[in-house]
Ligand binder design. Structure first.
Ligand code: NAG
Ligand code: NAG
Ligand code: NAG
Ligand code: NAG
Ligand code: NAG
Length: 474
């Protein structure tokens, strides 16, 4: 006679086969938009199938996130390479020069504006250096790499480079360099504005499997409630490192962020007011976070303060999901958008638990759009239809706000089926008259429906949010 476990196993297997055979929706989406979708069992939204899948999950423990503490990764570094980085069979410097495209005369191209270059950060990898600058310059603009040693003197000849991608200057590696300068002119004096100490990024082992890069914080709406919800949401998803870019923030909100800095979960990157355009400002942060995360974190989530990426089956965490990705050609995973109408501003100060229950975005708001799928006519020139990416940091060369624009050779985007994962984007409806301007188009993705943040993680989330708020503000 079959024992009980074997029987459950057989039932589960039969049902999975059944799901595979009849996952018609997945096929339709594929036919309609000609995109590749991940071949995982298709989870329909009936509770019956979830019960069945539940049996399978318990039989395959590696499919769920165990959330057990892992050993601290070693800080050991790979040795420096004597040779420059090679991409697609040629030196990275010339490969990027080619990518930067239209600029024919590399030597004589002029900078986009007369403003002197400021450096935000610089990184030392095993086979090159890279810097992020904080002055917007056209791609292809000339820039010189300046190599400064511990005694403040230049230790090597300046090297000609250029801006590529946006806000980034790639430099050959030189020995005995502690500070990297970037100047528009070979002879310009090196100062604290145009040079910065190198941050080492040559870890043998990833320090994190998945971390988070937040788009620059600015603007008047109070941030504390969004921020605590964001961090606690992603911590439940297995993320425990956050790079937070701050343009402006009030003291009250900063206090909360500082509490996560103390615990080592958050690093703040203060950005100067040198980039007036907010999209350009976000491009700068994205470019910097990509460089900052290389060798440090395998995957990074690049998203905004009001976006909560989530797996549709809430028993699977983002970290757990990423560990099922075995196809090494996947360089980024695009999570489709589902906007949720947020019809009120967030409160200015923490008063009590009831206030949080009533106003916390994941509890307060439910009106949800259908998922915006890549290739839909409404997306127009929006390549990935406003998706947000989880990026394998060593596979991407150039990122925009919503997608990786250029991969290292051989890597590609996977656009996720929303039945596997998507973004719950708690979008303020009044900001920039967003709802008024967009509601008609949003309906073209399909009907709106009322959806709920999964109650199982929702209760843990609420508990963790309370605990943090009491610690910081009481
Ligand atoms: C999900 O549920 C909605 C509402 O109950 C239903 O209209 C829709 O067809 C379901 N989708 C699937 C894939 O079962
Ligand atoms: C799984 O679903 C099938 C078909 O809906 C049902 O007959 C079966 O009892 C379910 N199995 C479990 C373990 O719930
Ligand atoms: C400079 O770097 C080389 C190679 O890493 C090393 O052998 C040498 O000792 C360094 N010199 C100084 C002054 O640090
Ligand atoms: C990353 O994931 C691997 C494989 O699951 C695991 O062995 C390792 O401990 C994880 N590293 C960190 C820093 O969590
Ligand atoms: C969502 O719920 C609200 C409040 O119960 C209701 O007025 C609205 O019609 C619902 N919307 C949809 C699309 O079901």
């Amino acid at each position: 006679m079959l024992n009980r476990n074997t029987a459950i196993c057989l039932i589960a297997l039969c049902f999975i086969s059944f799901l595979f055979m009849f996952s018609r929706n997945t096929c339709n989406i594929q036919e309609q938009y000609g995109i590749s979708l991940l071949q995982l069992p298709f989870f329909s939204n009936s509770t019956e199938s979830l019960k069945n899948i539940s049996g399978l999950v318990s039989l395959q423990p590696e499919y769920v996130e165990p959330l057990t503490p892992r050993p601290t990764p070693s800080k050991e570094e790979v040795p420096d390479s004597g040779d420059d980085e090679v991409v697609g069979g040629e030196s990275a410097m010339s490969y990027f020069k080619k990518l930067s495209g239209s600029i024919k005369d590399f030597i004589n191209s002029r900078s986009g504006s007369g403003e002197k270059i400021n450096v935000l950060a610089a990184y030392s990898y095993k086979d090159h250096f890279s810097a992020t600058i904080s002055i917007p310059k056209k791609i292809g603009t000339i820039a010189y790499c300046r190599y400064v040693g511990a005694d403040g003197k230049e230790v090597a000849e300046p090297v000609l480079s250029q801006i590529y991608p946006f806000f980034v200057v790639y430099c050959s590696r030189r020995n005995n360099v502690t500070t990297l300068g970037i100047t528009g002119d070979k002879n310009e004096l090196i100062s604290t504005e145009n040079s910065v100490k190198l941050i080492r990024r040559k870890f043998k082992e990833y320090q994190h499997n998945v971390s988070f890069c937040l788009a620059p914080i600015y603007g008047k709406e109070p941030k504390w409630l969004h921020f605590v919800e964001l961090v606690e949401h992603y911590k439940l998803q297995g993320v425990n490192k956050f790079f937070i870019y701050i343009r402006e923030i009030n003291e009250y909100d900063r206090k909360l962020i500082d509490s996560y800095v103390e615990s080592g979960e958050v690093e703040i990157i203060d950005i100067p007011g040198t980039v007036a355009d907010v999209i350009a400002q976000q491009l700068m942060a994205v470019a910097d976070c990509l460089l900052r995360s290389r060798t440090f974190s395998k995957w990074s989530i690049y998203a905004d303060i009001d976006e909560r990426l989530i797996m549709t089956d809430d028993r699977i965490t983002i970290d757990g999901f990423l560990r099922t990705i075995t196809d090494e050609t996947i360089g980024s995973i695009a999570f489709p958008q589902r906007w949720i109408m947020k019809r009120d501003l967030l409160p200015a100060k923490f008063e009590n638990d009831e206030q949080v229950i009533e106003t916390m975005p994941t509890r307060a708001w439910h009106e949800t759009t259908s998922a915006a799928l890549k290739g839909h006519p409404v997306c127009n020139e929006q390549q990935s239809c406003w998706a947000k990416d989880i990026v394998h940091n060593e596979k991407a060369i150039r990122m925009l706000v919503h997608e990786v624009e250029t991969f290292y050779p051989g890597f590609r985007e996977l656009f996720l089926d929303p039945s596997i994962g998507y973004i719950r984007h708690y979008r303020d409806v009044t900001m920039q008259s967003w709802e008024h301007n967009n509601v008609a188009n949003l309906k073209k993705f399909g009907p709106f429906s009322n959806t709920t943040y999964p109650p199982t993680i929702g209760s843990k989330l609420l508990k963790n949010v309370f605990s943090r708020l009491h610690r910081v503000y009481n």
